[in-house]
Structures are given as structure tokens and as C-alpha cells.
Write a new protein. Structure first.
Length: 188
């Protein structure tokens, strides 16, 4: 969260200052028409160069923040997929070395994204229950059933991630179709 705040500040504040400096530069050059023009331009360019460097640092903080979020989500998914019994949020918090609040927010985000949709949350006990143990579930807790459910969840997560990459334009439609076909064939 801190990285996100710092990155936003380091991106948008310098951008605002650059905009103000450009307006001031144009004012000096075209309205006031005083002073040595090359000297004025060099002075403004130096300040704007420094601000652009701050913006690059802000972008680096943003990518670092996204990487940390991705690692937390991957760790949470991995841990929950390996669980064969209800797990208390505090235990997950200890294992992943993150706050309980972060565990809860990431769990519900992943659940809404469809990556952990079969998992349930017991608010009274503050436990996350795998799909094999959901009351009334047709599944049993045999290793074969657990493997089948895990594979199904992984396949769904892969397909959703693939869809996201296609929507963001990071992969072409042809690559999307080919990878989707591969994922579905591996499942079979």
C-alpha cells in the first residue's frame, strides 16, 4: 500500500509541476519576452529533467507494488489449494507473513475474480474452507477428488489470466486461442 501511495505521488506531482513549468516557460517566452531565451530554456529543461526522473522512480515503485501484490496472491492461492481442511485466517497470515486484513482482502478479491470461487469463508470462525469440505458438497476428501478439484481450479485460473492478458492487449487473438486450446487439452 505504501509503495502504491509513493508511486502515485512520484508520478502525478511531478507531472503537475512539469505542466505548470511549461505554462510559465511559454509565458516568459511569448508574453514577457525578457531575458536570455537559451538560458531560460536550459533552466526549465534542467528542472523538468529532474521531475521526469522522479516520475520514472514512481513508475518503478508502482511495478514493485504490483509484483508484491502478485506474489501475495500466488502464495495465497498456492496455500489454499494445498489445504485439505479449514484454515484460520491468522494461520495464513503467519505463514505468508502478511496481516490478517491483507489475507482477507486478497482472498475476497481472488474469490470475486473467480480464482477461488469454490472456497468458502466462515465469518464466525474466521476460517477459509476448501471446496472438498464445504457442507453439502458432493466431493469426498480422497486424494483423487482433491487432485481433480485442484486441477479444475488451476485450469480456471489459467483461463481467466489468459483472458485478462488478451483484453489488455498483451497477447494476440491467435495466441489466445492457441494457448486456450492447449490449456483445455492438458485438462482432458
Amino acid at each position: 500500500m505504501l509503495f502504491q501511495i509513493v508511486s502515485r505521488i512520484l508520478i502525478y506531482v511531478p507531472l503537475l509541476i512539469i505542466f505548470i513549468l511549461l505554462i510559465d516557460l511559454l509565458y516568459h517566452l511569448f508574453v514577457i519576452k525578457v531575458g536570455n531565451v537559451p538560458e531560460i530554456i536550459i533552466r526549465y529543461a534542467t528542472a523538468e529533467f529532474f521531475l521526469i526522473i522522479l516520475m520514472f522512480i514512481g513508475d518503478w515503485f508502482d511495478s514493485l507494488s504490483n509484483k508484491i501484490d502478485s506474489e501475495i496472491e500466488t502464495g495465497l492461492i498456492g496455500y489454499l489449494l494445498s489445504a485439505t481442511f479449514p484454515v484460520h485466517v491468522g494461520k495464513i497470515s503467519e505463514i505468508l507473513d502478511i496481516s490478517e486484513k491483507t489475507v482477507m482482502s486478497k482472498f475476497f478479491k481472488l474469490k470475486s475474480d473467480g480464482k477461488l470461487e469454490e472456497f468458502t469463508f466462515d465469518s464466525d470462525r474466521r476460517e477459509i474452507t476448501p471446496p472438498t469440505l464445504t457442507p453439502g458438497s458432493p466431493f469426498t476428501t480422497t486424494p483423487q477428488a482433491l487432485t481433480s478439484i485442484t486441477e479444475e481450479l488451476l485450469t480456471k485460473a489459467k483461463l481467466k489470466e489468459l483472458e485478462k492478458l488478451r483484453k489488455e492487449g498483451k497477447i494476440s487473438q491467435e495466441a489466445y486461442e492457441e494457448l486456450k486450446k492447449e490449456i483445455i487439452e492438458r485438462k482432458s
